[in-house]
Design a protein around this ligand. Structure first.
Ligand code: ADE
Length: 216
C-alpha cells in the first residue's frame, strides 16, 4: 500500500503521519507514505502553483501544469489519482474498507487549496474525488489525512488486535461502540457499571450488546 500526497504544506502532513498508529504502520513496512511539495513541479522562479480565475472572480485557482507534471512523474500502471474537494463523493467507512483490502494500492492524493482546481484537472487527470463532509475547509490536507489514516488503521497487522476492529463503531454501518470505562472504578461519585466488574464474560458481552444502539 503506497500513498503519494501532493500539497503546498508538506509539514502539516508530515507532523501527523509521523505519530501514532500511522507512524507504526510505516515502521512495520505495511504502508509507504511519501509527501511531496507541489512547488517542486513548478518551472518559474516564484514556484507558482495558482493563478487568478479566467473570466474574473474572487480567489485563486490551482494551475494544471505543476499537477500534470507531478502526476506524470509519480504515476504507475495501477495508480488511483484522488483529489480532496467539498463537492466529491462523501467518504464512508465501507469505502475505506474497500481500499484497505487492495494491498497493491497506489494512490496519489492532491490536496486542494484556494478556490479549487482548474477544471481540466478534474476532467482529465483524476479518478476519485472525495469529501470528508458537508462543510468547506481552507484546504485538503486534513481530508487527505482522514483518508490515509482511515485506510491505514484497517490494514492487517496495524492495530495488532483484530478484535478491536471487529467490535468497533460503523463496522456493520449501523451499530455503534458500547460504552467503555477504565480505572478508577469510582471518580467524583461517578461509578463504573457493576456488571463490568463481575468477571462474568457472557453477561458482560450481553450487556455490551444491549448498550450498542443507545450509545450515541
Ligand atoms: N476541501 C475543502 N473542504 C473539503 C471537504 N469538506 N472535504 C474534502 N476536501 C475539502
Amino acid at each position: 500500500m503506497k500513498f503519494d500526497i501532493l500539497t503546498i504544506f508538506p509539514e502539516i502532513i508530515e507532523e501527523y503521519i509521523n505519530k501514532g498508529i500511522v507512524s507504526i504502520a510505516k515502521e512495520k513496512g505495511l504502508v509507504e507514505i511519501n509527501v511531496h511539495n507541489l512547488r517542486n513541479w513548478t518551472e518559474d522562479n516564484h514556484k507558482t502553483v495558482d493563478d487568478t480565475p479566467c473570466g474574473g472572480g474572487p480567489g485563486m485557482v490551482l494551475k494544471v501544469e505543476p499537477i500534470y507534471r507531478a502526476i506524470q512523474d509519480l504515476k504507475k500502471e495501477n495508480t488511483i489519482v484522488a483529489i480532496t474537494t467539498p463537492k466529491g463523493e462523501k467518504l464512508v467507512q465501507s469505502k475505506l474498507k474497500d481500499f484497505s483490502t487492495k494491498s497493491d494500492l497506489h494512490m496519489i492524493i492532491l490536496c486542494g487549496r484556494y478556490e479549487g482546481f482548474d477544471q481540466r484537472i478534474h476532467d482529465n487527470l483524476v479518478d476519485y474525488e472525495f469529501s470528508i463532509g458537508d462543510y468547506v475547509l481552507s484546504g485538503g490536507e486534513l481530508a487527505s489525512l482522514v483518508l490515509v489514516d482511515g485506510i491505514t488503521r484497517l490494514l492487517p497487522g496495524v492495530l495488532g488486535n483484530e478484535e478491536s476492529l471487529s467490535d468497533e463503531s460503523f463496522n456493520d454501518g449501523e451499530t455503534f461502540d458500547y460504552p467503555q470505562y477504565t480505572r478508577p472504578i469510582e471518580f467524583n461519585g461517578w461509578k463504573v457499571p457493576e456488571i463490568l466488574l463481575s468477571g462474568d464474560h457472557e453477561k458482560i458481552r450481553q450487556w455490551r450488546e444491549s448498550q450498542k444502539a443507545s450509545n450515541r
